[in-house]
Design a protein around this ligand. Sequence first.
Ligand code: DSN
Length: 413
Amino acid sequence: MNFDALKRDDPALAELLANEQRRQAETIDLIASENFCPRSIRQAVGSVLTDKYAEGYPAHRWYGGCAVIDAVEQLAIERGRRLFGAEHINVQPHSGSQANMAVYFAVLEPGATILSMDLAHGGHLTHGKKANFSGRLYRIEHYGVSPETEQIDYDALARQARRVRPHLIIGGASAYPRAIDCARLAEIARGSGARLLVDMAHFAGLVAAGQHPDPAPVADFVTGTTHKTLRGPRGGFVICKSEYAKTIDHAVFPGLQGGPLMHVIAGKAAAFQLAMTEAFRRYQAQVVANARAMADELASLGYRIVSGGTDTHLLLVDLSPKGLAGAQAQAWLGRAGIVANKNAIPFDSRPPVDPSGIRLGTPSVTARGAREADVRRIVRWIHRILAAGDPPAEADAVRPEVLDFCRTLPVPD
Ligand code: DSN
């Protein structure tokens, strides 16, 4: 990106941004929730739309001068609806957390019961962690994965839902490598008198490209983020059935937020458009194929893959059989320019700050054009480092090869 004006007005900040640009160009990003937002979308996000206040919704604003803004938001709404087959979409949530909050505020009273996936089994902070608003405001019951399969046991979940009688069931996670059976969740919700929210923040891009079942036809609410697999700007959205449209819109504004980030909403419109292309469908198929190839290569090198594999863009590796832990592995890999994150595995005996696993994802590296052979090569570098007698020295030896890889597959435009 050209930082000419920033260099003139704030050289110190311009230097930091250039450093980050270089870091991204020269490292392999395996963080499952990250991606490369195309330059065209970054132009929309960096545009004059940041200047405009537009509290309200298209044709119903509290400010003058919103004709262009209305057209931009309407475009995002229409494209989002078409992309996900949604009855209604609200594109204003600033983040996935706020999208979830909007659903809770729309249909739950404080103290209501939520049944959601345990964070320790791959769930999300906003699905009821004690330190989060969700855990403070609501009575949280968690489901997890089966100890045998490390996958959701839908029969057990159905029994739990009938016992707990939650007001809301949440499907979706941030470190669960398997496809979510949204139709089954809907059946369980109906059978227990609950509403269903599917938080597809992680797999929205897969849904858009037909690589994961679409929750929109079966769930009362679907929340998502636009910056993960969807490869757009950082932000959130809520999809719901028409009967909830007014309640959700009211929960977002004036319930939670004031002025929408119109520059980001323009970026969302652009992302939804790109997500409807054949190129995007091919990209997401490759994201999943690459994750499978990574899991397969790791398993062949003796690593234990949580749940035995993946259906999505991410995998969880249990490092404990190798006598390793996540934080140390993250640091050694980082030294070689391979960026990943430590992650708890289900039933982890280690603390969350230094868990037994690492989470690996393929959205970013696939956006650079990597295919199965490339990700298998990355896995062999990971193994070289983690299996070495002197891992930091081996990381230093791998680093030039990683740099060469990054130059061969540059960050996309
Ligand atoms: N923090 C995100 C992730 O890394 O999965 C989820 O919000």
